[in-house]
Design a protein around this ligand. Structure first.
Ligand SMILES: *[C@@H]1O[C@H](CO)[C@@H](O)[C@H](O)[C@H]1NC(C)=O
Ligand SMILES: *[C@@H]1O[C@H](CO)[C@@H](O)[C@H](O)[C@H]1NC(C)=O
Length: 344
């Protein structure tokens, strides 16, 4: 358990006060009979025991989940089913990866997921859902850390400073909570030096300087491979095959080779892939018209409004689709749905 119950109420202090009162040492302490003092002390210690118990404490203050606390796999599945559209492969991989990891009594390394696909296809969404599954407060949890390359590590010339800082953060946070979640957005824009800085934490070490990283989760988001994924999806479509027929094996080789060989992908420079430090590549397919409509409906419902199909249609028709002739996939996925909806 990662908490100090004594932080809430120090029981010894309370008992001392009671004893002092009983012995008449305190000015206001009336002389009490020994029996009632005994009862009072008993009741007080029972109360402090409850007040300082993890269950009471953690109802008000966020606690790091203990070894026995397992996130709810059913809830994860329900959330993915309800909120993620058109991503049968991503859903399958994430569910398998996360439930496998949380049910593994002794993982050999932290879980490292690499999410790939165009903007607006649901990568951020999925990382948010995973974070919420691990820690109730999701992205707001103090055990979930989101890094944006362009925001947190903007200047190439300061890469050595960032490296030290990042390693210190990861070490500090994992030693405070083994089940910390780290999300790196815009991986393609992350300096290779920083990827190397993360690498040791992803490896198969039992401990580094007395800290085990094997319960942590690292999620990497990037657009890298998005074009390759789209190409495979388009080939499927042009050959008259259903989107849901697409299997992981159709994408995985393309994806890891593609990401690996693309100089701009950010993963290129590093040995993350060589060394098999990434456990799962998660492909996000480009979204079709019908998926965009699903996003719009979900957004309307989440705002507490009844779904009006004419509005759904109007917002969906505002989006642009590619390739030029066939107009199958949404350029921005569901990304601009929220702002477009504000209009109506
Ligand atoms: C897991 O989540 C499901 C669906 O939300 C719920 O019905 C079930 O009671 C949960 N299980 C536990 C152990 O909390
Ligand atoms: C944990 O990470 C955050 C950045 O997300 C950082 O500000 C904080 O200092 C880290 N905590 C420790 C104890 O290193």
């Amino acid at each position: 358990m990662q908490l100090g119950p004594s932080r809430l109420l120090p029981p010894p202090l309370l008992l001392l006060l009671l004893l002092a009162a009983a012995l008449g040492l305190l000015p206001c302490g009336a002389a009490l009979e020994p029996i009632s003092v005994g009862i009072a002390i008993g009741a007080a210690s029972a109360l402090t025991g409850y007040l300082s118990s993890p269950r009471f404490y953690c109802a008000f203050v966020e606690c790091c989940p203990g070894e026995q606390d397992r996130p709810n796999g059913t809830a994860l599945q329900l959330n993915l089913d309800k909120k993620l559209f058109g991503q049968h492969l991503a859903k399958e991989v994430v569910l398998k990866a996360v439930t496998g990891f949380i049910n593994n009594p002794s993982p050999k390394k932290p879980l490292a997921l690499s999410l790939h696909g165009w903007a607006g296809t649901g990568k951020n969404f999925v990382s948010q859902i995973i974070a919420e599954n691990m820690h109730r407060a999701g992205l707001k949890s103090k055990y979930v850390h989101l890094f944006l390359s362009t925001l947190h590590f903007p200047h190439d010339h300061q890469v050595n400073l960032y490296k030290d800082q990042l390693q210190k953060w990861i070490r500090g946070n994992v030693s405070a909570c083994a089940k910390s979640v780290f999300i790196f957005d815009e991986m393609d824009k992350l300096h290779p030096g920083l990827i190397d800085a993360i690498k040791p934490f992803l490896d198969y070490y039992e401990q580094i300087d007395g800290i085990s990283y094997r319960r942590a989760i690292f999620i990497f988001l990037s657009n890298a491979g998005g074009d390759l994924i789209t190409k495979v999806a388009l080939d499927f479509w042009r050959n008259g095959r259903g989107r849901e027929e697409m299997q992981l094996k159709d994408l995985e080789p393309v994806l890891s080779v593609g990401v690996f060989n693309n100089k701009n992908s950010g993963l290129w420079h590093s040995s993350l892939i060589d060394r098999n430090l990434i456990d799962y590549f998660v492909p996000f397919l480009p979204l079709e018209y019908k998926h965009v409509k699903m996003c719009i409906r979900a957004e309307i419902v989440s705002r507490g409004n009844p779904v009006d199909e004419t509005v759904v249609q109007k917002v969906a028709d505002e989006m642009t689709f590619f390739p030029k002739d066939e107009r199958i996939y949404s350029d921005k996925g569901c990304k601009t749905v929220q702002t477009k909806l504000d209009f109506f």
